[in-house]
Each structure stands twice: as C-alpha cells, then as structure tokens.
Write a protein of this length. Structure first.
Length: 212
C-alpha cells in the first residue's frame, strides 16, 4: 500500500504516518527527517537544506525529488510506504507519478489531515522532537514519560529551529501557496480522503483506519 500524508505543517502527518507504518509494517518515509539527519551529520546536503528550512522555505525540488526517489527504490519499500512531507509541490507530485507509472504502480491514498491555521502555531510551539530517532512529542498532548527525554532512544528532545512562531507563519504561507494545490491534484486522481485532524490523535487514527 502506498500512502501520502497531506496537511499543513504541524497537522499531525508524522504522528499518524508512524502509526500507519507500524500497523501495516511499511516504512515511514519523511523527507524532513532525512534532511534533519543530514544536518545533524553535517553532510553537504544537510548544509544546503538547512539554508531553506531555517527560513521556513521549501528545499528546492531537484534536491528533494532525488532523495525521495532513491529512498523509495530501496528494498524495504517494495510492499509500499507512507510518505510524510512529500510531495509538497505539484512538480514533486508529477515526478513521483511519472516514476510510479513507469513501474505500473500508483498511489493508493492521499490522506489530508485537516487542521485550521489557528490551531497550528500552538501545536508547533509545543512540539518536541528527537533528532536521533525522529520520535515526536507534544508538551501537553503527547508528553514523553520523562520531561525532555525521548521515550524511544533516551536522547534529549529539542524545539526544532523551524518551529519558532515567526518561522511557522512562513511555513503556513508556503503551505497554502505551494502544497495545498495538491489537494485538487489528488482529488482529480480519486485518491484523496480528508480526516478531521483537530480530534484526539487516537480518534484521527481511527478515522484513517476506517478509510484504509
Ligand atoms: P506534522 O508531521 O504534520 O508536521 P506532527 O505529527 O509532528 O505534525 O504533529 C505536530 C505536533 O502536534 C506534535 O507535537 C504532535 O505531538 C502534536 N499532535 C499530533 N497529533 C495531534 C492531535 N491529534 N492532537 C493534539 N496534538 C497532536
Ligand atoms: P517537515 O519535517 O515535513 O515539517 O519538514 C521540515 C522542512 O524540511 C520543511 O519546512 C522544508 O523546508 C523541508 N522539506 C521537507 N520535505 C520537503 C519537500 N518535500 N520539499 C521541499 N522541502 C521539504
């Protein structure tokens, strides 16, 4: 099964993608996580991506697309995957479509996690991330067992640089301009499903399970 998660930054795409990946035993592929791992390791790609990420801008398509296509070509993606944060532009979606067409494959579902802008800034300022294993928490809604420490790997949790309120406003603007058009793109393909992302995270997951 090939699934795309759509939604504003902070809507809960990553949270739900992890639950779906666990349930269906398919990889959770997050371009944001791949970029953050590269930044942490000081690679050339990471340094290039950071310039854009810190401003709340999108990393250019030609960089992002290559990384994603390499990742989904790996053996563990043979039975499907859940994409979180990709595609984020129409050109990215077109390249993915073309690559899948060549293999005689297509996306099964694009799940749009719908959360109004008013809720987003609060979600993002409370988000805490583990840069080592990619786990995500929220200081109120999804707190770690021990404050500031990742339940999964024991590393320290951080407020992402791009989750500061001024950057979040930029990311929302970029989302509306460049990513939201994907809702029409996948509606036209007949695979778009929308869930109310303002519900409790287990209720959002239940709604997604009904769709899948
Ligand atoms: P995205 O991947 O879309 O950027 P995340 O999954 O990282 O979003 O979620 C953003 C923040 O909101 C995180 O701190 C997460 O723990 C929290 N969160 C996710 N889903 C919900 C929910 N249904 N209700 C409340 N908080 C949530
Ligand atoms: P995320 O972890 O999905 O919130 O992504 C964090 C940041 O990484 C985004 O704000 C972008 O700067 C960059 N990024 C992640 N995925 C993409 C993508 N598909 N296209 C362009 N930039 C991306």
């Amino acid at each position: 099964m090939k699934i795309i998660m759509l939604g504003a930054p902070g809507a809960g795409k990553g949270t739900q993608a992890k639950l779906i990946a666990e349930k269906y035993h398919i990889p959770h592929v997050s371009t944001g996580d791949i970029f953050r791992a590269n930044i942490k390791n000081g690679t050339e790609l990471g340094m290039e991506a950071k310039k854009y990420m810190d401003q709340g801008l999108l990393v250019p398509d030609q960089l992002t697309v290559k990384i994603l296509l390499d990742r989904v070509a790996q053996e563990d993606c043979r039975n499907g995957y859940v994409l979180d944060g990709f595609p984020r532009t129409i050109p990215q979606a077109e390249v993915l479509d073309e690559a899948l067409n060549k293999l005689g494959e297509s996306i099964d579902y694009a799940i749009n996690v719908d959360v109004p802008d008013e809720n987003i800034v609060r979600r993002m300022s409370g988000r805490r991330a583990c840069l080592k294993c990619g786990a995500t928490y929220h200081i109120e809604h999804v707190p770690p067992k021990k404050e500031g420490i990742c339940d999964v790997c024991g590393s320290g949790l951080v407020l992402r640089d791009d989750d500061k309120p001024e950057t979040v406003q930029n990311r929302l603007k970029v989302y509306h301009e460049q990513t939201q058009p994907l809702i029409d793109f996948y509606t036209a393909k007949g695979v778009l499903r929308t869930v109310d992302g303002t519900q409790d995270m287990q209720d959002v997951f239940r709604a997604i399970m009904e769709i899948l």
